[in-house]
Design a protein around this ligand. Structure first.
Ligand code: SF4
Length: 350
């Protein structure tokens, strides 16, 4: 990541910051008359907080929101290596949805995710995932897995690996690069080819693994209004609160430049609504307001949304240009649309 501002952040969120955040969230929920709100402990690695500190954080947020009348969904996004019986009890106590970051089979995962000794963490991640899966199979606490598209692994191998883990949900993200950081060995169209092959294998499988990326594209092709950060003209938005209480935009943007995510606002002096109005947060929520002219006239804008903000960036044009994956997205969405058209009358598709 280009942005290294996390180095200056406190290691963990303090009790005072958690209380201030809880108050701001409760005020926001009441003002916006929200029926539900999701708060996810992210990192770094949130389980490094330890069970006690994480329990205190969850309790403060839970208590603050309970009085607001807004339904609270709690989550953690973890690399899974520290999941043990105590954490599992805590997740059960607060009904915490657990997302695990797992980058495919060991040869892919261990290339990027290593422990402090430089040793790949795939074995420890899968062990933690199994403990969680075995203990909570009936409760739906295991929220899903998060991986990148790995075009150097055969889609069949990739899919078989995840389906074999027995989880219900998988999100497949496009690799993190922008117009200025395209890897020298990247072959244009390779991501599309890989995603299309994965889609064809997935859609014909009778098992229960839902790939969110494809499910959202199909939902949008069928007229759904909201996507998420990666796809769709509208998303519900993500506000990141750093451990010092600062409000930031999504950390996927950190691949652009140093300090890019900071709104300059924080839980000590500002309401969440003020942060929500900051240009980067608005750009991610209402993508039509932030997309390039080429995107606004694109026939699949309602599905693509101009791409993830991070994938739009170059130093020359900022975020005001189509995604670096523009041609790949067109190919993938076109393929899924044609596949759906075989099952559904074309006039029902957007
Ligand atoms: S497919 Fe390309 S032109 Fe169309 S909305 Fe997406 S990034 Fe923009």
């Amino acid at each position: 990541m280009t942005d290294q501002s996390w180095v200056d952040q406190p290691r963990f969120i303090s009790a005072d910051t958690a209380h201030a955040l809880g108050k701001r969230l409760a005020t926001y929920a009441v003002k916006r008359e929200l029926s539900s709100l999701t708060v996810v402990a992210h990192g770094g690695e949130p389980l490094l907080m330890g069970v006690g500190r994480l329990r205190d954080f969850l309790a403060v947020i839970d208590d603050s929101l309970r009085r607001s009348g807004c339904f609270l969904r709690l989550g953690v996004q973890t690399n899974g290596t520290l999941i043990n019986g105590e954490f599992i009890e805590l997740f059960q106590e607060y009904n915490v949805g657990v997302g695990v970051s797992l980058d495919g089979p060991a040869q892919a995962h261990d290339r990027h995710r290593v422990d402090k000794y430089g040793i790949g963490s795939s074995r420890a991640t899968i062990a933690g995932l199994s403990r969680l899966h075995d203990a909570t199979q009936e409760e739906g606490i295991l929220g899903g897995l998060l991986s990148y598209a790995h075009i150097d692994i055969l889609p069949a191998e990739f899919l078989a690996f995840f389906a074999g883990l027995g989880v219900a949900n998988l999100d497949v993200l496009l690799p993190d690069f922008n117009h200025d950081t395209i890897p020298p060995n990247y072959r244009g169209g390779a991501v599309a080819q890989w995603m299309i092959e994965l889609f064809d294998l997935w859609i014909d499988r009778p098992d229960e693994l839902e790939i969110r990326t494809f499910a959202v594209i199909m939902h949008l092709l069928l007229g759904g209004r909201f996507g998420y950060e990666s796809f769709g003209a509208n998303s519900l938005g993500v506000l990141v609160v750093e451990t010092d209480g600062g409000y930031h935009a999504s950390d996927t943007l950190k691949s652009a430049y140093e300090g890019v995510t900071s709104t300059g606002l924080n839980v000590w002096h500002h309401e969440v609504r003020e942060a929500e109005e900051s240009p980067l947060l608005r750009a991610a929520i209402d993508k039509a307001a932030s997309a390039a002219a080429e995107c606004l006239s694109c026939p699949i804008f309602n599905v693509c949304g101009g791409g993830l903000l991070a994938h739009r960036y170059s130093a020359r044009r900022g975020f005001n240009q189509p995604s670096v994956y523009c041609e790949d997205i067109k190919a993938v969405v076109g393929h899924i649309r044609r596949r759906l058209a075989r099952e559904i009358p074309a006039q029902m598709l957007h």
